[in-house]
Design a protein around this ligand. Structure first.
Ligand code: SAM
Length: 248
């Protein structure tokens, strides 16, 4: 059999592309890309000619496409999976093919590289020995509030992805759930020309973004609860319905 390769792509700085990514783009039999135009654009910037067949592989077809792609792996093909930026499967397509490959006993490997979560965590200055990746917060205010209550006793550093449009609302919800004094970092446009990391308390970051509404891509990193805060946090008991709604 061939193999599935999940390959990370740059999150802003093209020079972060690994030699392995370039070799795979040139040599893979099939490239399953979240957005084919962006894939060709990246390949152009890297000066690589994509050798294999390129197919669109995104949130809406990743389940449907997993088996046909794996049939090709079974016949010996190397199928490269890339998303628009960073690591596939991390709030990006990829999980469906990994799962099916495991079920079918087909080889999967990874050509690691940039991911905004790890970049932000390392730059945050907050403890990195234990952390949890929280992806995007719920969009609706009531669900966001309820979800954040389940994190009130969390002792690990937390990493959230955020869009600039929802940033003020999300930081307001963080303030409500964790109080103004908890330490956090706002990491923006990582690896790009205008990379910026603002570190401070939740209250300070809220004031900052009210005065300077940030644009671009954002990761928020939040310190975990102190022992005292964790002990004081009443464990939130959620109903089956709430768990389902919040996808917990
Ligand atoms: N798979 C990607 C990864 O490994 O980081 C994440 C994809 S997710 C759809 C996109 C989100 O990642 C953005 O909304 C932002 O929160 C974060 N992100 C991606 N690139 C970033 C960058 N250069 N700076 C800050 N955040 C970034």
């Amino acid at each position: 059999a061939g193999t599935v390769v999940l390959a990370a792509t740059p999150i802003g700085n093209t020079a972060d592309a690994s030699q392995r990514l370039k070799d795979l783009l040139a040599q893979a039999d099939v490239v399953a890309a979240e957005d084919t135009r962006r894939l060709y654009d990246l390949a152009n910037r890297l000066g690589v000619r994509v050798g294999g067949r390129v197919i669109a592989y995104h949130d809406h077809n990743e389940r449907r496409q997993a088996d046909p792609l794996l049939d090709q792996v079974e016949s010996g093909a190397c199928v490269l999976v890339v998303s628009d930026a960073g690591m596939p499967t991390i709030n990006d397509p990829g999980l469906a093919i990994v799962r099916r490959a495991i079920e079918r006993g087909l080889p999967v490997t990874c050509a690691p590289g940039p991911s905004a979560a790890m970049d932000a965590l390392a730059l945050s200055g907050l403890p990195t020995d234990r952390f949890c990746y929280e992806g995007f917060l719920p969009r609706k205010a009531t669900e966001r509030r309820q979800y954040l209550r389940t994190l009130q006793g969390e002792r690990r550093t937390m990493v959230f992805y955020e869009s600039p449009r929802r940033l003020v609302d999300s930081v307001d919800s963080l303030l409500e759930a964790f109080g103004p004094d908890r330490a956090m970092a706002l990491c923006r446009e990582l690896t790009k020309t205008y990379e910026q990391v603002e570190r401070g308390s939740i209250g300070e970051i809220r004031d900052y973004i009210q005065q300077n509404p940030p644009r671009g891509e954002i990761v928020l990193v939040l310190a975990g609860a102190s022992r005292e805060e964790a002990a004081a946090a009443a464990p939130e008991v959620l109903s089956e319905q709430d768990l389902a709604r919040l996808a917990l």
